[in-house]
Write a protein that binds this ligand. Structure first.
Ligand code: KG4
Ligand code: ZN
Length: 342
């Protein structure tokens, strides 16, 4: 089965072609970062309009890479949620219409299921069950992935997503949007011993996270310590260590509680070098291993949507003719698919 996948849930437009026998045949992506940068965050209406502009050219590019035509697709998958409603509707209406016009089944894919199964697109893949830490600008989630469609949420953020906390703290330090990678760079010239930020939520049981306090701590530290370039670097350094430790401590707890050995990190913040190094250490100390999708499949992408769509369409699922999208969509509402070897 050859499936076209379309992603348009937030600020990346992407398309991909996945073949259940041959694997990933093509993928193309356009990031809207530059479009939203002047506003310091994603402007939903601008995002929707840009998805409209970019969807078709990206589909053509993915097909070109795959060396096939639209008519050779056996199904179409699109991200149906969660995400920005206007943005989701662009991909959903296009995907639904394409499937109908081609006379093939279509399916709306859960964006987070895409992220959770993205490591399966790599050659070095984790075994089920694995623990997944999903960390991006929009999500902070710790889940036990028992199989396709079998996800147990172990912990979530109670306030800001960790990427959002990186971005807000970066903005405070005068760095451009999205500031996560910039903050990580600035942290390299910081003194890790000068400030000690709290490790939120680690002194109590459970696997939930909280990151809004770290941003407040950064504001207060900057006010008290005086604002100079070295202080900013020291704050970036202390913030990064605290955020990473908070994530790492919860991952260790999750591995111990579930007695699972394979740990996955995905999402934009999964690109953070300190985080990856700490998680690799923790997984190894628990007798396990760390896995991650390649960088372009850590962030939003079409490959994971085409892949999940292929798994679900191959299992006989498909959407009806309604054009629908769900800004909120709990992961545990997904149906399990048994007997597939993804
Ligand atoms: O997965 P992603 O592209 O999805 C969205 O949330 O749209 O993640 C983007 C987030 C941003 O908050 C960005 O600042 C953060 O990931 N990020 C990082 C790093 N690279 C990206 N945060 C910390 N360190 C990094 N190296
Ligand atoms: Zn995402």
């Amino acid at each position: 089965m050859r499936i076209l996948g379309i992603e348009s849930s937030c600020d990346e437009t992407a398309a991909a072609v996945f073949d259940t026998k041959a694997g990933l045949l093509g993928h193309a992506l356009h990031s809207q970062v530059a479009l939203h940068a002047p506003y310091g965050g994603v402007v939903p209406e601008l995002a929707s309009r840009d998805h409209i502009r970019k969807c078709l050219p990206l589909i053509r590019e993915a097909l070109r890479q795959a060396g096939c035509t639209l008519g050779e697709m056996d199904g179409v998958a699109w991200t149906a949620g969660p995400g920005l409603i206007g943005a989701l509707l662009v991909g959903a209406s296009l995907g639904r219409a394409l499937a109908l016009s081609l006379g093939v089944p279509g399916i709306g894919v859960h964006h987070m299921e895409g992220h959770l199964l993205a490591p399966m697109l790599e050659e070095r893949r984790p075994d089920f069950p694995f623990v997944a830490l999903l960390v991006s600008g929009g999500h902070t989630l710790l889940a036990e992935v028992q199989g396709v469609g079998r996800y147990r949420i172990l912990g979530e953020t109670l306030d800001d997503a960790v990427g959002e906390a990186f971005d807000k703290t970066a903005k405070l330090l005068g760095l451009p949007y999205p500031g996560g990678p910039e903050l990580a760079r600035l942290a390299e010239s910081g003194d890790p011993k000068r400030f000690r930020f709290p490790r939120p939520m680690t002194d109590r049981p459970g696997l939930d996270f909280s990151f809004s306090g770290l941003k407040t701590f950064a504001i207060n530290t900057l006010r008290e310590a005086g604002d100079d370039p070295q202080t900013r670097a020291d704050i970036a350094c202390a913030f990064q260590i605290a955020a990473v430790e908070s994530l790492a401590i919860k991952c260790r707890r999750a591995l111990r509680e579930t007695r699972i050995r394979h740990l996955v990190v995905a999402g934009g913040v999964g690109a953070n070098r300190l985080l990856r190094a700490r998680l690799a250490e923790i997984a190894a100390a628990e007798g396990g291993e760390l896995f991650y999708p390649r960088p372009e499949f850590c962030t939003d992408n079409g490959a994971m949507i085409a892949y999940v769509g292929a798994l679900r369409l191959a299992a006989g699922e498909h959407a009806d003719l309604t054009i629908g999208a769900r800004p909120r969509w709990p992961l545990d509402e997904l149906s399990p698919i048994d007997g597939v070897n993804p």
